[in-house]
Design a protein around this ligand. Sequence first.
Ligand code: NAI
Length: 209
Amino acid sequence: MQRDSRISEAVIRRLPKYYRYLMDMEKNGVQRISSRELSNRMGLTASQIRQDFNCFGGFGQQGYGYHVSDLCAEIRRILGLDKQCNVIIIGAGNLGQALANYVGFEREGFSIKGMFDVNPRLIGLAIRGIQIYDIDILEEFIVDNDIKMGVICTPKDHAQKVTDRMVKSGIKSIWNFAPIDAEVPEDVALENVHLSESLYTLSYKMNDI
Ligand code: NAI
């Protein structure tokens, strides 16, 4: 399928959800699904689903619906999950270690090649076999290991500086968990994950009911 370069952010944000549902169905042996049934399961309208998939040329056949494993493979490819991506984690504290301990990202092709910290008590240790290095060697490690993605788990005051160093060394995507809106050039992809914003939204909803 040909990808339209003007795919809206909203469609891109729905793709991982499609992928999650379809992966589950595939695991449970579902072979095909109609857009109506998919819409019932996902809480989206059938026309929304058809419109979304049409952005990529459409995947269904009239009267047949969608072939689950084909659709799953196609969305995996669109999301870039069919390729390996070499990743580093900056900040090997609580969150950095928790992410390194999670094996699920690796299953989808995100291979954590190393972690970096400033704390001499952490440098030299390994988490699930993933070595913690001195931040001083960050730039050469990125180049030598073809690192494509950096995950920021430092305190917020260090996050922008670490971002700038990674970008200068050629990193093209940043997954930022520090509570700042990191700034990157246009050709670098950035996802800020602000867990506390989600928590505070939940708190509002809880108290507003
Ligand atoms: P932490 O204090 O356990 O770990 C931070 C690590 O970053 C430390 O090991 C520290 O030595 C290292 N560090 C400091 N400056 C550095 C630099 N310039 N280069 C490399 N490493 C450096 O903190 P924690 O809990 O892991 O949080 C990390 C970030 O994630 C913070 O910005 C925090 O606000 C955010 N966060 C954490 C959550 C959590 O569940 N732990 C939840 C939401 C956000």
